[in-house]
Design a protein around this ligand. Structure first.
Ligand code: 4BW
Length: 161
C-alpha cells in the first residue's frame, strides 16, 4: 500500500498526468488495416488505443500486429491487408482506469503497460497516462522527500513532516 505522504507527493503534479484524448493518436475499430499502417508509421508510437464509433475504448494496436498480417511466404505483401480492418487484429484486452481512480492501481498497471487509457463513467475514452508522466512524478518525489520531510528509520520507514 502507498502511504499517505508518498501519495500526496506523487499527486502534487497530477494535473500533468492526463494527456487529453484530442492529443492522443487513435484508430477506429472499423478502419482498414492499410489506414492503420499509415497512421502507425506516421505517428511513430509503438502502440495506440482503438476506439469504437461511440468513443469507447475497445483495444490497442501496434505496427507489429499490422506488419505481421503483411507477411507472405516470399516476403512482405501489402495486398495481404486488403479487406482486413483494425478489429480483426487488435488486442482487445484493455487495461484502463477511470477518471480519478486509485493512484495505487495506476502505478500498478504502469509496471506492465507503457500507457494507461483513462475513461469516464460513460466508458468514453478521455485520454492516457503515460509512463513518462508517472516517472516525472516519481522524480519529483525522490528529489523532494528528504528536503520536505524528516525521515525516521524504523523497521519500516516513517515520515514525519
Ligand atoms: O512522437 C513522439 N514524441 C515524443 N515526445 N516522445 C515520443 C514519441 N514517440 C516515442 N516517444 C518516447 C516517449 O518518451 O518514447 C517512449 C516510448 O514510446 P512508445 O509508447 O513505445 O511509442 C515514450 O514514452 P511515453 O511518453 O511514456 O509514452 C508511452 C507510450 O504511450 C508510448 C505510446 O504507446 C503511448 N503514447 C504516448 N503518447 C501518445 C501515445 N499514443 C498515442 N498518442 C500519443 N500522443
Amino acid at each position: 500500500m502507498i502511504g499517505q505522504t508518498v501519495k500526496e507527493l506523487l499527486l502534487e503534479k497530477q494535473e500533468n498526468f492526463l494527456i487529453d484524448g484530442d492529443k492522443v493518436a487513435t484508430l477506429l475499430d472499423t478502419h482498414p488495416l492499410t489506414h492503420a499502417f499509415l497512421v502507425l508509421t506516421k505517428v511513430g508510437y509503438t502502440k495506440i488505443p482503438v476506439l469504437n464509433s461511440d468513443d469507447e475504448l475497445v483495444g490497442f494496436i501496434g505496427l507489429a500486429q499490422v506488419v505481421d498480417n503483411m507477411l507472405a511466404i516470399d516476403g512482405v505483401d501489402f495486398a495481404q491487408l486488403d479487406g482486413k480492418i483494425v478489429s480483426d487484429v487488435m488486442d482487445s484486452e484493455v487495461a484502463s482506469i477511470r477518471e480519478f481512480d486509485d493512484v495505487e492501481r495506476l502505478f500498478h498497471l504502469a509496471v506492465d503497460h507503457a500507457f494507461i487509457p483513462v475513461t469516464n463513467e460513460k466508458n468514453e475514452f478521455i485520454g492516457i497516462v503515460t509512463r513518462r508522466e508517472l516517472f516525472k512524478a516519481i522524480n519529483h518525489l525522490i528529489h523532494t522527500i528528504e528536503s520536505d520531510y524528516d525521515i525516521l528509520k524504523k523497521k519500516n520507514y516513517e515520515l514525519v513532516k
